[in-house]
Design a protein. Structure first.
Length: 128
C-alpha cells in the first residue's frame, strides 16, 4: 500500500523508501484502514522525523539517558484463525499497544511534534 493508494489516511510522512508513518492523532485511523484493506499488522515502530523524507528510530529521552527504540509486535496467526479474524486481531492489538506506549512522555518536548508511527503490514499469503 502506497501513499497514493487512496486507502490510507492522508497526512502521512513518506520516507525515501516509500514507507509511511502517521502522527499520533492519525495512526489509529491508519490501523483501521490497513485492517479494512485485508492486511494484517505485524507491528510497527516510532520514527523521529529528521528531514523531508528521512527519519531515525533512535528517540532521545527527556531524562538525557541513551536514546530509546520504540516498537511493538503482534502475536502470530494461530492455526484455525481466519485471515479476516487475524487482520482484526492484529489491528486491535496494535491500537492497544500504541496507546500504551508513553513515547511522548519520555521524549523531549521540542521533539514530540516530529514523532510518527509506522505500521508493518502484510497481505494474505497466496494459496500454494
Amino acid at each position: 500500500m502506497s501513499a497514493s493508494s487512496g486507502v490510507l489516511p492522508s497526512g502521512a510522512v513518506v520516507a525515501s523508501n516509500g514507507e509511511l508513518a502517521w502522527c499520533r492523532r492519525d495512526v489509529e485511523q491508519a490501523v483501521h484502514a490497513v485492517r479494512d484493506s485485508g492486511r494484517a499488522i505485524l507491528g510497527g515502530e516510532v520514527w523521529l522525523i529528521t528531514g523531508e523524507h528521512s527519519w531515525t528510530g533512535l528517540i532521545p529521552q527527556r531524562s538525557g539517558g541513551p536514546p530509546n527504540v520504540w516498537s511493538w509486535t503482534t502475536d502470530g496467526r494461530s492455526s484455525g484463525e481466519s485471515w479476516r479474524d487475524y487482520c482484526r486481531r492484529t489491528a486491535a492489538e496494535s491500537v492497544h499497544k500504541l496507546w500504551a506506549m508513553p513515547v511522548e512522555q519520555d521524549t523531549p518536548h521540542e521533539l514530540i511534534e516530529k514523532l510518527r508511527f509506522n505500521l508493518t503490514h502484510v497481505e494474505e499469503p497466496a494459496e500454494p
